[in-house]
Design a protein around this ligand. Structure first.
Ligand SMILES: *Cc1c(COP(=O)(O)O)cnc(C)c1O
Length: 335
């Protein structure tokens, strides 16, 4: 089951003061990296004879599951935390014809509901990131990076449920195992201040994260208090000599506008966390200007129109006859 996901652009940036490449996952068919894993997982569900799939989601898993289920001719049940989903993502689930079940609760509670259905009713295939097939699909990002630029020094990934950072690391590790490469990049995870159990555990040198009951951040795709894949993510970070970094919502929103206005690349807030993290890591000296860093920009800006509007810009309302005067006036005062 494929929509020709993957093979996303690896774009050189020039304005952040380092050797920084952006892997633009927003170019996937539904606008996020989730498509890489969904292709494999829905193919597996189809091979096993399932007629319905299910996923709890902060939005992108839902959009992707709904699209691939549609392609496979299956029904999809999507569990969303009510009122906490970016508009573009919700609209995608509607368009692809998913059955949208909103719950009064957060993502973590939605996930428990999926596990409950999975345990008691075996006819609905669960597509959350504990599903190993999704991680197998997501690891292909590492293969593409190596094909384009070889093994980078460092890879920066935003961390929510923590499957992706592990999957990408696994991809790099497997390339060494088959003898195609000789080393694995440092994996650095970025989390938002209000949802940072893994990053804080890494930075404080603890083995086990302290979970957050009510995670809060503008970056809804990484607004997760109890990441299911935390042991795998911590392993990827530890074994690659990586680390983690925590960014604030202000830093995320600033990074989102800077990415758009300096590099022309529109990314959603969870992805902007990658740039915010990179800028902070440069400042702290954790990464150097010379080292080759790949930032994973997990989702497209169109996913979240509200966050784009928050960027703000100069807007005018004038009669058509006044436009010339206005433009000339603006050109005189400069930006
Ligand atoms: C799902 C998602 C993440 C987080 O990925 P995990 O595998 O849950 O850590 C980050 N950014 C975007 C845009 C996502 O959709």
């Amino acid at each position: 089951m494929s929509l020709e996901e993957g093979n996303t652009p690896l774009i050189k940036t020039s304005t952040f003061g380092g050797n920084f490449l952006a892997k633009f996952e927003g170019a996937n068919p539904t606008g996020s990296f989730k498509d890489r894993g969904m292709s494999v997982a829905v193919s597996n569900a189809s091979n096993l004879g399932y007629r319905a799939v299910m996923a709890a989601s902060t939005g992108n898993t839902a959009a992707s599951a709904a699209a691939y289920a549609a392609r496979a001719g299956m029904r999809s049940f999507i569990i969303l935390p009510k009122g906490k989903i970016a508009l573009g993502k919700l609209a995608q689930s509607v368009l692809y014809g998913a059955e949208v079940i909103e719950v009064e609760g957060n993502f973590d509670e939605g996930l428990e509901a999926v596990l409950n259905v999975h345990k008691t009713n075996g006819t609905v295939y669960p597509l959350n990131s504990f599903n190993p097939w999704r991680l197998e699909g997501q690891k292909t990002l590492a293969f593409e990076v190596v094909e384009s630029v070889g093994v980078p020094d460092t890879v920066v990934v935003p961390v929510g449920n923590a499957g992706n950072i592990y999957a990408i690391w696994k991809g790099f590790v497997e390339l060494t195992q088959v003898g195609l490469t000789e080393r694995v990049p440092r994996m650095i995870g970025v989390q938002a201040e209000g949802a940072s159990p893994i990053a804080r555990a890494v930075l404080e040198g603890r083995e086990i994260p302290e979970f957050t009951e009510s995670p809060e951040t503008i970056a809804s795709a990484i607004r997760i208090g109890k990441p299911v894949n935390w042991p795998r993510a911590m392993r990827a970070i530890r074994e690659s000599n990586g680390t983690a970094v925590v960014v604030t919502d202000e830093e995320i929103l600033l990074a989102q506008t800077e990415m758009a206005r300096r590099e022309g690349l529109g990314v959603e807030p969870a992805s902007a966390a990658t740039l915010a993290g990179y800028v902070k890591l440069l400042k702290l000296g954790v990464v150097s200007k010379e080292e080759l860093v790949v930032g994973v920009f997990t989702g497209h800006s169109l996913k979240d129109p509200d966050s784009m509007m928050r960027a703000g810009t100069r807007r005018f309302l004038v009669p058509p006859s006044e436009v010339l005067k206005l433009v000339e006036g603006e050109l005189r005062v400069g930006r």
